[in-house]
Ligand binder design. Structure first.
Ligand code: DGY
Length: 326
């Protein structure tokens, strides 16, 4: 039997590549940089299967080029880079990597929460520059965490894990749900309450964003939302950058509408909005939410298993359009 031809658009952990090599001849983008649009369209035309990343736009133009493609496996849980309805219309199976990065991303949200509330990066910078003149009672006062209110926007897998990790800090937990459905785990384990977005904005001391990026959630956090938050509150985003209007965030931080922000994701990655990097009350990470050894290995093997299934005409484990196998 002829071997399949697979392309991987960025280097990924070896475990995923090894799995694919059992059934396919595998080519990998040799550069540690995203493929250009034309390069992506060229590989779409040539390969049976593609394992790609969140910077690869899997849209109608890609699918026009992908004449022989049997499946596309996203190396990410977020899939706003894929036009899933279009893929479904064309019966092209597509998959993502939920579950394996849940704890890593939730832990990253906590790292940001503490870093911004306790001014970790700002003060680390002062220490390294030799600018600290010794202890003082009014220096570097930050926000408290224990007993405060944590608002989760998007209580799916990662939002739920992030909230459950608050147990050690006796926090009151509020959450929103786009479907209006209650989160049984959060309600029973933490006595969390499902509230409206307005109530969550008004009552939370920390807001952690975990909602997927959709036309409805784009710029959900803009000037109006920031003005409704407490001026002592912090916003944390480990989801997708465009959920926050980044220029409005810079303005809100400058005006003191909110106390600070911890960001792992940006509206126009890898760029940041003008002014953001100059603010002391933000902590900015380079989209590393899932960057732990086990999460990234899990993503590689899950994406590889998904792609192998699709090459064989089978429904992948975590399929985004399972209806095409019905
Ligand atoms: C995802 O999986 O969606 C993250 O943003 C990258 O790991």
């Amino acid at each position: 039997m002829d071997r399949f031809k697979v392309y991987i658009t960025r280097r990924i952990p070896r475990e995923g590549i090894d799995l694919l090599r059992r059934v396919a001849d595998v080519d990998i983008n040799p550069l540690d940089a995203p493929l250009g649009r034309e390069e992506l369209l060229a590989v779409a035309a040539e390969y049976d299967g593609i394992l790609g990343v969140l910077t690869d736009k899997i849209d109608a133009r890609f699918m026009d080029a992908a004449k022989n493609l049997k499946g596309y496996a996203n190396y990410a849980v977020g899939f706003d880079n894929i036009d899933v309805p279009e893929a479904t219309r064309r019966k092209l199976p597509v998959s993502n990597t939920p579950g394996v990065l849940t704890d890593a991303t939730a832990e990253c949200a906590w790292a940001l929460l503490f870093a911004v509330a306790r001014r970790v990066v700002e003060t680390d910078t002062i220490m390294r520059a030799g600018r600290w003149k010794g202890w003082g009672p009014l220096q570097f006062i930050g926000g408290d965490v224990r007993g405060k209110t944590l608002g989760i926007v998007g209580a799916g897998r990662i939002g739920t894990a992030m909230a459950l990790m608050s147990r050690g800090f006796d926090m009151k937990v509020l959450y929103t749900s786009s479907s209006g459905r209650k989160n049984g785990v959060l309600e029973s384990e933490l006595s969390a309450r499902l509230v409206s977005f307005d109530q969550l904005l008004a009552e939370s001391d920390f807001i952690s964003i975990h909602t997927p990026l959709t036309p409805q959630t784009k710029h959900m956090f803009g000037a109006d939302a920031f003005s409704r938050m407490k001026d002592t509150a912090y916003v944390i985003n480990t989801g997708r950058g465009p959920v926050i209007d980044e220029n409005a965030l810079v303005a809100a931080l400058r005006k003191g509408d909110i106390a600070g922000a911890g960001l792992d994701v940006y509206e126009n990655e890898p760029a940041m909005a003008p002014g953001l990097a100059g603010l002391d009350n933000v902590v900015v990470l380079p989209h590393i939410g899932s960057a732990t050894r086990s999460a990234r290995t899990g993503m590689a093997t899950m994406a590889a298993r998904n792609l192998i299934a699709m090459l064989k005409g089978q429904r992948p484990e975590t399929c985004l359009n399972p209806e095409i196998f019905a």
